[in-house]
Design a protein around this ligand. Structure first.
Ligand SMILES: [Zn+2]
Length: 361
């Protein structure tokens, strides 16, 4: 074990090229699991870090939407995943992007993502002993108490990679929204999260699914993910009126745009629920008419990351539904690990739903 080596792509600062380094893989510590990463998709927050819109402690290994196979399991690991399945060498797995001590307070409150001393894969600093913790790496060492789930072998890797961030986050948003059957849903921001929200809403029995974005191409794409109506917020002059006629019950904001968030709140009908998951970067403060929120009995909920139930929901959803929606088109271009720099540049320039890093062929 201690003689194995693996390549990582190191991010140091915005504007500086990612550099390839070969590092020795340390022996597993108590309860750890070693993963050979097979596929990583570059998430919006990776792009934010790359572009300098958010700060991580560097040097770091970016990439947290990862899927891989188990290479080794420490003898102190319980040997089962969160669903109780036995784990073995060679199993395809996904895992929560964060982990914490099992006695953590926030765990029992259903908000494990807010635990003290949280460790986040793809967001951690490289230290002498701790190197393999991101997706731009051939291996990932899963820390003790990481929530792992076995992934069906027939799920295509580029789709499986998105389970532990995009899919699980939207699963959390769907949970917060409550039952969707017969409801009219507005989704603002049709990146990957918005499209997943459309697909999950459709499967959950929503009545009307309405997509709003500034990018026309994205709106077109959203129809195949279940949106029955798609409106451009730049081109539709009477958008507020149109949305009022749709009698929106629930709005998911996946854009983080203050304009879109305000539009969503104004569009809600009586008893409406707004779930915000997009604004994970600094934006201007939004303006809300408090009187309208009160008179219309509106609820606003924020979501950051997800809990373990959401991760399970995401896995179940995609295992059952990936062929019913165009999830196979989500990754528009693939790069090998050594070309991670080019992958980020491509993603920044073309803004596809995802670019993929194919590892360990
Ligand atoms: Zn992410």
């Amino acid at each position: 074990m201690q003689f194995m080596k693996g390549n990582i792509m190191v991010f140091e600062e915005t504007g500086k090229r990612l550099t390839s380094e070969e590092r020795e893989i340390p022996a597993l510590r108590s309860g750890e699991v070693l993963i050979k990463n097979l596929y990583t998709t570059i998430c919006g927050s990776d792009l934010h870090t790359f572009a300098g819109l958010r700060k991580e402690k560097t040097p770091t290994v970016l990439g947290h939407e990862i899927v891989g196979r188990i290479v080794a399991i420490d003898k102190n690991h319980p040997g089962i995943d969160m669903a109780g399945n036995t784990l073995a060498i060679g199993d395809l797995v996904t895992w929560a992007i964060f982990c914490s001590a099992p006695q953590e307070n926030w765990l029992s409150k259903g908000m494990p993502q807010k635990s003290e001393d949280l460790f986040k894969y793809g967001h951690a600093q490289i230290t002498t002993e701790d190197v393999f913790h991101g997706g731009l790496s051939e291996y990932c060492m899963l820390k003790e108490h990481t929530c792992i789930l076995k992934v069906p072998d027939d799920l295509p890797l580029p789709i499986a990679a998105t389970i532990n961030c995009a899919l699980a986050t939207v699963a959390g948003a769907i949970r917060l929204a409550g039952p969707l059957e017969g409801k009219n849903i507005l989704i603002t921001g049709l990146g990957l999260l918005g499209n997943i929200a459309a697909a999950m809403s459709k499967v959950a029995g929503a009545k009307e699914i309405i997509a709003v974005d500034v990018i026309t191409d994205r709106l077109e794409g959203s129809r195949a993910f279940g949106a029955g109506f798609a409106y451009s917020s730049l081109e539709e002059a009477n958008l507020r009126e149109i949305l009022a006629n749709h009698k929106i019950d629930i709005v998911f904001d996946m854009s983080g745009s203050p304009d879109a968030i305000e539009l969503g709140i104004e569009s809600l009908g009586i008893g409406g629920i707004a779930v915000w998951a997009g604004a994970v970067f600094k934006t201007r403060k939004i303006g809300i008419d408090a009187e309208q929120v009160i008179r219309k009995l509106i609820t606003i909920k924020g979501l950051h990351n997800y809990n373990f139930g959401d991760l399970q929901y995401a896995l179940n959803f995609i295992a059952e539904q990936h062929q019913h929606f165009p999830f196979s088109t989500v990754v528009s271009k693939e790069f090998p690990l050594e070309e991670a720099q080019e992958a980020f540049e491509y993603a920044m320039q073309h803004r596809p739903l995802r670019v993929g890093i194919k590892l360990n062929p």
